[in-house]
Design a protein around this ligand. Sequence first.
Ligand SMILES: [Ca+2]
Ligand SMILES: [Ca+2]
Length: 478
Amino acid sequence: MKPFATFGVAVFLLAVSFSAASRADETRPNVLLIFVDDLNDWTGCLKGHPQSLTPNIDKLAKTGTLFSNAHCQAPVCQPSRSSMLTSRYPSSTGLYFLNPGIRQSTVTKNVLTLPERFHREGYQVLGAGKIFHHQLNKVIFSKLGEYGGNFGGFGPLPKQKINYRQGVRLWDWGPLDISDDKMPDHKIASWAVSKLQQKHEKPFFMAIGFYRPHVPLYVPRKWLDKFPLDKIQLPATTERDLGDVSKYARDLVTLKHIAPLHDWMKKNDQWQTAVGAYLASIAFADDCAGRVLNTLAKSSYRDNTIVVLCSDHGFHLGEKQRWAKRSLWEDSTRVPLIISGPGIKSHTCSRPVGLIDIYPTLLDLCGLKADKTHEGQSLKPLLDSPNMHWKRPVRTTFGKGNHSIRSTNWRYIRYVDGSEELYHTNRDPHEWKNLAADSRYSEIIREHRKWLPKREKGILGKNSTGHKAYEASSKNLK
Ligand SMILES: [Ca+2]
Ligand SMILES: [Ca+2]
């Protein structure tokens, strides 16, 4: 070959590889992450409550992969979000309870959180509402790209509390006589809609976080009207459910909690009212998510956007005679997790997975290099083959030494005092019968124990409800 011909081929190959690289950049998928605060499994697709009204979430579940056995790593907002956004376990960071935040742990102080990594990869980063816990949203998203705002967060509030006149301001439920567009979540959705209607030069990473169904369970009246009080079905419970768990376990979920007591709910005829308000809040949040998803479906980004929808933890509404989160049972740990997008098949996967896996999965799906410091793992193999063998169960932690290990068929719990619980979650979905003392299951227990953390960080922060419950129950051990 003549020298100039060789040169010509080289230039040609160089040009081809350059254009391939720039095409690859342009065609990298966008990411839309939708986070719903305190949403348990009361969605149509997860069948957690027969009356839940979530047509938009259910539609998304049909177009993508629904993880029906997905769990949070901490049953409290801040540590759950910190774990998800850094792909690290609470026991590795010391972030177990509502405070402190990601930047206050020596382990996560300097790590690239999920939006920061996408920014580093050249993505346009956009966010609105609650993704991180509170202030960090503005700090991080404004620095990386754009933060739309929280638009009023948990508000607006009526002048006086409606149904629960005592206790903290946020614990209440009832109707607001305002239109949807006065609600922060509606505004967050509108902001996302406007961003999806714009032309973006670069692939985008957009995260939006809705505040309902977190308390206060206030929504415009029309949403409550969809759930007439006399038709409300209460969740399945059994009397004396906590009779077969340790005193420590009972103390941990009852002492120093700020949620109303279940006895109060029953005595004051508020159980139905609060369940109705929770269902209404979910239906409203679903509608907000639907506005965003419908806009995406009509946009030019439709075929090249990965959508992840999830919640940060579950919620008790009388199950196990208690309310709110902060427990290691299914009611607190199970979350919706749906991943949809180009090439992702429509099916349901019942393998145990965690929110901690979202970060590595998104890197994998976007063709970005895995981060070896991540403790979660990519779920891409399960998106392709949902029934494949999946060795690892999922771990949830509520304070140092208190862990739940959830496998495909079982939940094993071990508390810091050494007490244990075992539930056959397929035969006993409400986790009523603790099998831990039955010697027939000792091998099952041994298998699950292997997944407890070998080393655990001390508890950072102080004075949140979780800290107080942990301290009070530990004090009773002495
Ligand atoms: Ca939450
Ligand atoms: Ca029980």
